[in-house]
Design a protein around this ligand. Structure first.
Ligand code: ATP
Ligand code: MG
Length: 437
């Protein structure tokens, strides 16, 4: 892509309404644009990053055998009346009526919808267990939308739902999802900590929030610092290994403020290991048994011919929130830094361009063509602009690799730079090889 053709409305001014770095940067680099309170358009750069995150989330869901589907954003109020949540959910739910005066709503979550789908076609224990997921827009009429896409009203979420015959098996599904979440956040370059959490309006017995540390986070967390040392690479997707994983994590105290009690903290964690800080909730998982299946009469026949209400769990990841969360976690000293897998481009070529001399731009174009042929997603900064302004702009954009074509370029050797590292002189072959890895 040529920068001159790319729609990234970069602004120089600091947006006054934005209180946190990620919100400021997303507005400044034209990733998003607010359309009304808590509702945003995703412009090309922001959309590209979000789609990459979505794909990583999707892969890890597929890896544990979850099946992707797509449920609508608009739901009928009837199923919510059946579960009893139509009244309970309160003002966060956007209620709509259609031209026939039927009560509808913009889905804030999909437990009812998936339970309705499941009960209409699955009648036997033989089809269990099942895990379904979709990645779809949600609407919650938050009282105070703020921090850009971090807490907005319309947001993009991956939500998954598990169906099992009994609690023991449901815990196995829960463990799989727990594992998929840790893997997903690791791939995204984030260190996430699973924290015991309250189940809130979703209801139920067992719940973890996945939190990444950030000063601007809205969740207060209390944890034993030893939990950070657990490496997830030693676990595999087998029931026994995942059970071990859960036991390993549960050894350490790690809770958000809903569950925090200072006596427990002091009793369970040595003073020098206590961490009290803030974090961003990027995922939340629940096991809630028959909370929905019972009122909605979602049952299967057991082996013995008995009707059993299925045992369910639900599992959310804030895909759009993650775009901002990654910025918060990675930003340092006026520089953005996208993890390689989610960066809007793999590499940017920055030629110094003079009015009367096109030679740097010509070299840049050759490199650009070669990299593109090799399947590398490359951005060429072909804009005629002072080189120091260019560098400032690319610090802001945070593409992890730069090829600089200027005074240091000699023969066929080019300056290649990874953000925050010393640059090195490489030829095109070496650059291509490096980027392909
Ligand atoms: P929070 O505690 O932040 O209000 P929640 O507990 O209500 O979130 P869940 O129902 O657990 O949210 O939703 C799953 C995930 O969806 C959350 O972990 C979060 O990443 C994301 N999410 C929830 N609400 C919002 C929102 N208003 N804006 C953006 N992302 C959100
Ligand atoms: Mg939550």
């Amino acid at each position: 892509m040529l920068l001159s053709k790319l729609f990234i409305p970069i602004t120089k001014d600091l947006p006054t309404e934005a209180k946190i770095k990620s919100h400021q940067l997303m507005l400044r680099t034209g990733m998003i644009r607010q359309s009304s309170a808590g509702i945003y358009s995703w412009l090309p750069l922001g959309f590209k990053v979000m789609k990459k995150i979505e794909n990583i989330v999707r892969n890890e869901q597929n890896n544990i055998g979850a099946q992707e589907m797509l449920m609508p954003t608009i739901q009928s109020a009837d199923i919510w009346k059946e579960s009893g949540r139509y009244d309970d959910y309160g003002e966060e739910m956007l209620r709509i009526s259609d031209r026939q005066k039927r009560e509808m709503l913009y889905g804030p979550t999909n437990e009812e919808q998936i339970t309705e789908i499941f009960r209409s076609s699955v009648k036997s224990y033989k089809l269990l267990p099942q895990i379904f997921y979709h990645i779809q827009w949600k609407f919650r009429d938050e009282l105070r939308p703020r921090f850009g896409v971090m807490r907005c009203r319309e947001f993009y979420m991956k939500d998954a739902y598990s169906f099992d015959l009994n609690e023991n098996e449901a815990v196995l599904s829960y463990n799989k999802m727990f594992f998929a979440y840790l893997k997903t956040f690791q791939k995204l370059g984030l260190k996430s900590i699973p924290m015991k959490a309250d189940t809130g309006p979703i209801g139920g017995d067992l719940s973890h929030e996945f939190i990444i540390l950030a000063d601007t986070g809205e969740s207060k967390i209390y944890t034993d610092k030893k939990i950070f040392d657990i490496s997830i690479d030693k676990y595999q997707n087998t029931d026994a290994s995942l059970k071990k994983m859960r036991t390993d994590f549960s050894q350490f105290y790690a809770v958000t403020d809903d569950k925090f009690k200072s006596e427990d903290f002091d009793k369970n964690v040595k003073k020098e290991d206590q961490i009290q800080t803030k974090g961003i909730e990027v995922g939340h998982i629940f096991y809630f048994g028959d909370k929905y299946s019972k009122p909605m009469k979602c049952s299967v026949d057991s082996k013995e011919g008995k009707k059993i209400f299925v045992k369910m769990g639900s599992y959310g990841i804030g895909v759009s929130r993650l775009v901002a969360a990654i910025i918060e976690a990675k930003y340092s000293k006026e520089k953005m830094k996208w993890p390689k897998l989610v960066s809007p481009f793999d590499v940017v070529i920055i030629p110094a361009i003079n009015k009367n001399d096109n030679s740097n731009l010509d070299k840049a174009k050759k490199i650009y063509d070669e990299l593109k042929t090799n399947g590398i997603d490359v951005l060429l900064d072909d804009v005629e602009e002072n080189i120091s302004n260019k560098f400032k702009k690319h610090d802001l954009l945070g593409i992890p690799f730069q090829i600089i074509i200027g005074s240091k370029t000699k023969n066929n050797m080019f300056e290649f730079k990874e953000i925050d590292k010393e640059s090195q002189m490489l030829d095109l072959n070496e650059i291509t090889k490096l980027l392909k890895n």
